[in-house]
Design a protein around this ligand. Structure first.
Ligand code: GDP
Length: 609
């Protein structure tokens, strides 16, 4: 065979240190050093290494080729390359090397977490309202995703989206935005699954927790029981010799809120939070949306430096010159310093929550960085899709494959209610990966579980995971005939627990939710004193008074509760069968719309095999 000879091309290599990702292929490496893929392949062939243009190279091969063409390179792990390159383009000094000890203090950034209905929203509202000075200009607060309050000459910043899903999604995207977590636990309900989940997330992020035992105004409030339960999760209250600050509050009656705020300031002082107020601003995107009148709007939290109107900004794949900054009172401001949340107008595109933002030296560089990121995003998405294998195992078979010593891949289709929870679920699932089990994400999307999802699952041997979403009736029927497994969850930890159990061969679902009936809302009646009643057509099974209900809009669960009233032609009835019309009342739930679906279900024990 004729070996083509390789002669170093004359073209000059790029100057300075070039960052190369480990495992690059000749196709990727060549152009970076001003060479073609063929140059790399030919060179390696001459060294006795036979590689193709699309094959990953090891470190030695890359170093050897760089040496040969006279390029100065630094090898980095995949994923790191992006940030190293961007740091260079944006010309930013490395934050870690910065000594912060003599910088000014900044306000603590606080996230409220806890179980649903324990009073997170009420607490956030109460804190905000109590601190808006009456008569102050623009005193009407705007929900921009975060707000600041002032107490005894100090500022505190609260993230306005309670719960750990947003928090985790932010972290998954590299944004460490929270300094302190307020864990809300209702005194009449105690520690619940999402309380535990919140504790786990806060601990994983190494963020200090301050406990707010809420609803102490309730007759059946039992704060001591809460303390006991918290101790079992390693949050031992100060009163019991531990180091967890616990405040008893009533968000409803505004009791203990000042004490809670004062304690948050104490924790902030211990944490010694500081940031440089000068210099180009950087921070995190908390929220972003497209506003009909104002174009893309992003709420950002400045973490360092000062953001000013006119600054060229990059936020994830979006960029632009700051046209206006709006604070949490809806007032236009000229600048925003550390820990201050502001809405930014003037971006080219809708950024994503969790994206980092940074002010670039000039507009040209801001644009270049944004475009590079956009391209990386696309390539990364393609690479991820390519990792799905065609013979993935199903959840119940995964352990057998692992035991057989095979490299097993668990193919999943993940559907969730919102982007934030989708990111949180995927990131947490990724963490479960081990050398012997990989997870292949066949599809990740927002919205209900559809027939096309089932089709895809059937052809790719995937299990479908639904988070706060459900399959429609047709999709469910199809799943049955196609033998596709659908698992739906409302708390992340339960989901992770199941997948983890499956991986160690201990998947033993003890209860199964069996759908007993389904009805479509055809018309909504508003009846004085009774409220909204859904005129429905029962489409399968039977609808029974008192049975448990999931209320679905486009496949997404928007409410859970019970069928509180059931009528046929003005008569109260106990149940209505498929094919009949009926009127359904859902206790206090009023937000009914035509086309919504009422799904009733019951729990049935699955006999162990
Ligand atoms: P979230 O789901 O944690 O955001 O909970 P919400 O803030 O929506 O509160 C759930 C329910 O509990 C609402 O009906 C609130 O009015 C009520 N609630 C919140 N805080 C208190 C409190 O301190 N005392 C009493 N009695 N009710 C409260």
């Amino acid at each position: 065979m004729d070996i083509p000879t390789y002669t170093p091309a004359e073209a000059p290599v790029p100057e300075g240190e070039i960052v190369i990702e480990r495992g690059s292929t000749p196709q990727q490496l060549g152009p970076r050093l001003n060479r073609t893929a063929a140059d790399v392949v030919r060179f390696l062939l001459q060294q006795g290494e036979m590689v193709t243009a699309t094959q990953s190279l090891n470190d030695d091969m890359i170093e050897l080729f760089a040496l040969d063409v006279g390029a100065e390179i630094s090898l980095v792990d995949p994923g790191q390359e992006q940030e190293v390159e961007l740091q260079k383009v944006l010309d930013l000094e490395d934050e870690d090397e910065l000594d912060t000890s003599d910088l000014p203090h900044r306000a603590p950034v606080i996230t409220v977490m806890g179980h649903v209905d324990h009073g997170k929203t009420k607490l956030l509202d109460q804190i905000r309202n109590a601190n808006v000075v009456a008569g102050e200009a623009g005193g009407i607060t705007q929900h921009i995703g975060a707000y600041q309050v002032h107490l005894d000459g100090n500022d505190l910043t609260f993230i306005d989206t309670p719960g750990h899903e947003a928090f985790t999604a932010m972290r998954a995207r590299g944004a460490e935005s929270t300094d302190i977590v307020v864990l809300v636990v209702a005194a009449d309900d105690g520690v619940m699954p999402q309380t535990i989940e919140a504790i786990q997330h806060a601990k994983a992020a190494e963020v200090p927790i301050v406990v707010a035992v809420n609803k102490i105004d309730r007759e059946n409030a039992d704060p001591n029981r809460v303390l006991q339960q918290l101790s079992e999760h390693d949050l031992v209250p100060e009163a019991w010799g531990g180091d967890t600050i616990v405040c008893e509050v009533s968000a409803l009656q505004n009791i203990g809120i000042d004490d809670l705020l004062a304690n948050l300031l104490v924790v902030a002082e211990v944490e010694d939070l500081r940031a440089a107020p000068e210099g180009r601003a950087r921070g995190a995107v908390l929220e972003a949306h497209l506003d009909m009148g104002r174009g893309p709007v992003a709420t950002v939290l400045v973490q360092r430096g000062t953001l000013r109107v006119g600054d060229p900004l990059v936020a994830g794949p979006a960029w632009g010159r700051v046209r206006a900054l709006v604070n949490d009172r809806g007032e236009q401001v000229k600048e925003a310093g550390p820990s201050m949340p502001v809405e930014v107008l003037g971006l080219s595109d809708v950024a994503q929550a969790g994206d980092q933002f940074v002010v670039a030296p000039d507009e040209r560089r801001a644009k270049a960085v944004a475009e590079t990121r956009e391209r990386w995003h696309r390539e990364a998405a393609r690479a991820r899709d390519a990792s799905v294998v065609s013979h993935g195992a199903r959840l119940e078979d995964i352990f057998a494959q692992i035991q057989a010593g095979e490299q097993a891949t668990l193919n999943l289709i993940v559907k969730a209610d919102v982007q934030g929870s989708l990111e949180a679920v995927t990131e947490s699932l990724r963490k479960l990966e081990r050398p012997e089990v990989r997870i292949g994400f066949v599809l990740r999307g927002v919205g209900g579980i559809t027939e096309s999802d089932i089709q895809l699952a059937a052809t790719s041997s995937a299990t479908i995971i639904g988070f706060n979403v459900r399959p429609g009736r047709q999709a469910r029927d199809m799943a049955e005939t196609e033998d596709v497994e659908i698992r739906t969850y409302e708390v992340i930890y339960k989901l992770l627990e199941d997948i983890e159990s499956a991986m160690v061969g201990m998947l033993e679902p003890e209860f199964e939710e069996v759908v007993t009936g389904e009805a479509e809302v055809r018309e909504v009646f508003r009846i004085p004193r009774i409220g909204a009643v859904a005129g429905c057509m029962v489409q399968s099974g039977t609808i029974t008074r008192g049975s448990q209900v999931r209320f679905l809009r486009e496949g997404t669960i928007i409410w859970k509760g019970e069928v509180s009233s059931l009528r046929r032609f003005k008569e109260d009835v106990r149940e209505v069968a498929s094919g009949f019309e009926c009127g359904v009342g859902l206790s206090d739930f009023q937000d009914l719309k035509q086309g919504d679906v009422i799904e009733t279900f019951e729990l049935r024990e699955i006999p162990r095999t």
